[in-house]
Design a protein around this ligand. Structure first.
Ligand code: ZN
Length: 229
């Protein structure tokens, strides 16, 4: 039986803001996505650390080859700002991405440009001021592979985070299909109302739901995983 893709959100961090004076090809790369040439004063550039190859606190892990796929799919995708009640607004565009290695840790680090429009002024200020620093990536992949038995996690009984013998079960995210968007999460967005409204599920609930009906796409809201328990 062919299972539906697994769709969920994965958290990341804003790692920095690019200087507007460095000559690193930014202008040419940004202008590949704009309809008229933009000057450097018209946009801000931020770097995000979207995801990496280590087992994270939600007991999931990307293999290196999937990070390479995500790295290739990210340029051109939107950066959104998530609000509690007002929904989601596009704020920027990812215009390039690189694989960044620090010892054993391989991560995907895209750059995003945000127009310095009136509407974006507060958003940029919140990032520059360190108020908005958490990000998440929404994507879909084909197979959450169980690290214990190698089967699709939706079809086996192993539970991520539980010990089996002397190893902890985690799941390996294989066959990434699509990078949907990156998001910056404002501090007011984590309330129960938002989660209920958007039907973002914590991992235990999402896994339960996925095991009940394989044909329902599942959306996880990773930042709520343990708070929901
Ligand atoms: Zn298993």
């Amino acid at each position: 039986m062919e299972l539906e893709p697994f769709v969920f959100r994965h958290e990341g961090v804003l790692v920095g803001m690019r200087s507007q004076t460095e000559a690193d090809g930014t202008e040419n790369e940004v202008n590949r996505f704009s309809l008229r040439p933009l000057s450097r004063t018209e946009y801000a550039v931020f770097t995000l650390d979207l995801c990496h190859n280590q087992v994270d606190r939600h007991f999931s892990r990307f293999p290196d080859e999937e990070l390479a796929a995500i790295n290739g799919m990210t340029p051109g995708r939107p950066l959104m700002e998530r609000h509690d009640l007002r929904g989601t607004l596009p704020r920027g565009t990812f215009f390039r991405s690189e694989l960044y290695r620090d010892k054993d840790v391989l991560s995907v680090r895209p750059d995003v440009y945000v127009l310095r429009s009136n509407d974006n002024a507060d958003f940029i200020l919140n990032i520059e001021g360190g108020v908005y620093r958490e990000t998440s990536i929404g994507f879909s992949f084909r197979t959450p592979e169980c690290s214990i038995c190698g089967r699709d996690l939706r079809t086996c009984d192993h539970v991520p985070g539980r010990m089996y013998g002397d190893v902890v079960c985690h799941y390996v995210m294989r066959d990434v299909l699509e990078v949907i968007e990156g998001s910056v999460v404002s501090s007011g967005s984590q309330g129960t109302g938002f989660v209920a409204q958007q039907r973002h599920l914590g991992l235990p609930q999402a896994l339960d739901a996925a095991r009940r009906g394989f044909h329902e796409p599942v959306e996880l809201w990773s930042k709520r995983m343990w708070a929901d328990e």
